[in-house]
Design a protein around this ligand. Structure first.
Ligand code: HEM
Length: 416
């Protein structure tokens, strides 16, 4: 078989940090190949992107997650022994636990909570000179997430929680103090969520049955045992943290309304279908989750290239969403492209690809879309606001990326 194109040199971590979201895409272009070999973080690694690459990446016969996640991600973003590190039937059982929360009724409940919290916050914004949208939305999402998950937040944590959850998804790529901020936040939140789980098991706390806290506290492994407290806490946080992370997409939603005022006018008169198309384009266009990693489970050959057992492999999410072989004018913001989108599980992968139960595709994707839709409606139809001059640019290198000003809004007025 042929040898894969590869980057010469001892290590390319610096290039990755310099080129960020574009690192894999740039090399796919220059090698004119969807897959290449390099060295990252001192290890041989395969990088790939595109629809066909996504298809093999999500084949559980070819790739596994056990031992694939970098230590620093586990210590901040994921937590130990969480679903992201499982394979096979154990993964499937755990994934069913998550997906059971994602019924349309349950999702609607979260969207309603977000709306309620948003309107009550906006009443305060009306009295303020200006607000920082990113921070305000994190408070809204953090409160709504805890209510939805059945989680009572201890008095002395309430003020800290949005920051702690934010630190979990902002710190993984960080070095130095910001990385430690994420680890400390994780230790703190895991501790009180763990105590809450013990209280549920002791009958001292009784969250409603359809909540994450109830379900995860009573979830049983194949052998009938409950999850150990730490793992159950990790999974409850796997619900709270990413709901707060929707704030990133909401910042980009607001930015897109600002940059494309004609779209805002369209959204005022169009139906639910257009709102969904708009939300899909926000998820495709803006940078958020850059890539995911797995390890070759058993050596195989694909398109004549050999994948050796154990090789760390990265799938480019951002680059697949911007692949000119899949998307016409990928660097143009155009919700209309979703009017007749064919719905492939591998070509549009802002939250991972493949199948929800058989693979690691994001458990919260439908939930994210509904929270974005309800927020879009609030921004377009339920409030007036102004965006004063500020630095709205965003980096293509920092992960995650948000507009530098975190978007300041003023003269807020709730309508009807
Ligand atoms: C997994 C992105 C929101 C829960 C993932 C993955 C990505 C992702 C890229 C990994 C896919 C893979 O490993 O192949 C996002 C983004 C979100 C978001 C960009 C926007 C804020 C959510 C929400 C929830 C959630 C709202 C739950 C309430 C999960 C869980 C997993 C996951 C539990 C692990 C799935 C598994 O390993 O099987 N997400 N996510 N995510 N996400 Fe999300």
């Amino acid at each position: 078989s042929a040898s894969m194109p590869h980057e010469d040199g001892i290590d390319h971590t610096i290039s990755l940090m310099r080129e960020g979201y574009l690192y894999i895409l740039n090399r796919r272009r220059s090698f004119n190949c969807d897959v290449f070999e390099t060295r990252l973080l001192g290890m041989k690694a395969i990088c790939m992107g595109g629809k066909e690459a996504a298809e093999i990446f999500y084949d559980p016969e070819k790739f596994q997650r056990e031992g694939a996640a970098p230590h620093r991600l586990v210590e901040t973003l994921f937590g130990k022994k969480g679903i992201q590190t499982l394979d096979g039937e154990h993964h499937r059982r755990r994934k069913e636990m998550f997906m059971a929360l994602m019924s349309p009724t349950n999702i609607k409940e979260l969207a309603d909570l977000v709306k309620e919290e948003w309107i009550s916050a906006a009443k305060k914004w009306e009295q303020m000179n200006e607000v920082i949208f990113y921070e305000e939305v994190q408070k809204i999402l953090s409160t709504a997430a805890c209510r939805w998950a059945g989680v009572t937040v201890p008095e002395d944590e309430i003020k800290n929680l949005p920051n702690d959850l934010e630190a979990l998804f902002e710190s993984p790529a960080a070095l130095g103090p910001d990385h430690w901020k994420g680890r400390n936040a994780r230790n703190r939140v895991e501790k009180w969520v763990g105590e809450l789980i013990n209280q549920v098991r002791d009958g001292k706390e009784t969250p409603p049955e359809n909540t994450a806290l109830h379900r995860f506290s009573w979830f049983r492994e194949f052998d009938g045992t409950l999850l150990d407290t730490e793992t159950a806490a990790v999974e409850v946080i796997n619900i709270l943290r990413p709901i707060v992370a929707i704030s990133i997409f909401l910042n980009f939603t607001l930015l897109s309304l600002h940059h494309y005022p004609e779209e805002k006018e369209k959204l005022k008169v169009q139906d639910d279908k257009y709102a969904k198309m708009f939300v899909q384009e926000v998820r495709r266009y803006y940078p958020f989750f850059p890539f995911v990693s797995a390890k070759v489970r058993k050596g195989f050959v694909w398109n004549d290239f050999t994948f050796e057992e154990g090789t760390l492999t990265y799938l480019d999410l951002y680059g697949t969403n911007h692949d000119p072989k899949i998307w016409e004018n990928p660097d143009v913001f155009n919700p209309e492209r979703f009017a007749d989108w064919e719905g492939s599980p591998f070509g549009f992968i802002p939250q991972g690809g493949g199948d929800y139960l058989l693979g690691h595709r994001c458990a919260g994707e439908w939930l994210t879309i509904e929270v974005m839709k309800v927020s879009l409606d609030l921004l377009v139809n339920r409030m007036n606001y102004e965006i004063p001059d500020q630095d709205l640019s965003y980096s293509m290198v920092s992960i995650p990326s948000i507009p530098h000003s975190k978007i300041i809004i003023k003269n807020i007025k709730l309508l009807d």
